[in-house]
Design a binder for this molecule. Sequence first.
Ligand SMILES: NC(=O)c1ccc[n+]([C@@H]2O[C@H](COP(=O)([O-])OP(=O)(O)OC[C@H]3O[C@@H](n4cnc5c(N)ncnc54)[C@H](OP(=O)(O)O)[C@@H]3O)[C@@H](O)[C@H]2O)c1
Length: 339
Amino acid sequence: MGSINISNRFWVMKSLPNGNNFEDALEIREESSLDVPLGCFVTKNIYLSMDAGTRMYMTEREDSYQPPIPIGEKLTGTVLGEVVESNHPDYAVGERLRSYGQWSDYSVVDPKAMYPSKVDDSELDLVNYVGIYGANGWTAYTGVINTGKVKAGDTFVVSAAAGCTGLMAGQIAKIAGCKVIGIVGKDEKCQLICKEYGFDGAINYKTENISEKLKILCPEGINVYFDNVAGPTLDAVLENMANFGVIAVCGLMENYGSAERLPGPYNYDLILMKRLRFEGFFSPDFYHREPEINPILKNWSERGLLKLPIETTDGLENLAVAYSKLFEGTNIGKVVVKV
Ligand SMILES: NC(=O)c1ccc[n+]([C@@H]2O[C@H](COP(=O)([O-])OP(=O)(O)OC[C@H]3O[C@@H](n4cnc5c(N)ncnc54)[C@H](OP(=O)(O)O)[C@@H]3O)[C@@H](O)[C@H]2O)c1
């Protein structure tokens, strides 16, 4: 075990967040040294990725992918940073890596926890490595292509469609030749995804009857639903699925704030009536596919077929405000904090 003297600010939960009130529940603290266990390294963080799924670890829910983050412990997430100290032979000082670290100035990274990957220094905009060329890009890709198994001519629906993962999923389905409908929480987002991102139609789930609008927009039935939210939206989509359709289960925005499980869909019977396939997918299961997927995403991005706006909040101290955007729906595309 080594140790370095360094002034490090880091975020903790001082209490479980009530709904979307992260500003009261999270607190920034400071320390003057960091322990660096054998096999670990330290990065000076440049960008922190704000991910909606982290909200699950801020509850007492025990059956999630990761145990709850205890009150007072450092909050964790994907970080992009430069190695400043290394106690591991494979990671050298000066290298830029995307890894699983802490919401802090400096992260102590155990590469065994999640495989860190080296960032291509020739990429002008490093932030893309926590956007298009990061877990959200791979999630959108595998959800549409591998789980959804979309075909040209399919009708594809995605929820949280103006957020990071959903916006990319919709564009990838469009590239694959689908008719694409997005479900979002604001009229401005409806207009934006159709005008700027090529969606064929949009629904405001806060003001419109989702099921009725889907009947109008997708009279032929939905072949693939990329579900980011679950809850009543899923029930409305189930009513409009085509026979032999696929529900690709990506996330549960409706339920991340709660330690309780959501009840199953009311329209469960329709899974049988329409012979649907329901399948979940989780990004760490396909991290090893980065060398295969990133060149495809890069090609689409360079040809202007896949775009991802980035909302950058400057300053670690403003992280709680940045994180709230995901749950208040004030973001378009990826939310990051520039440390
Ligand atoms: N399976 C995986 O491996 C994996 C990996 C990455 C992300 N995900 C999932 O992808 C989804 C999006 O995550 P992200 O990090 O990319 O965030 P994001 O989509 O950039 O932001 C979340 C969006 O969700 C919408 N939203 C918030 N609360 C909602 C609610 N109660 N009902 C419906 N929509 C709501 C908001 O937009 P509106 O204005 O439209 O409400 C907001 O913009 C999450 O479910 C996340 O868990 C899964």
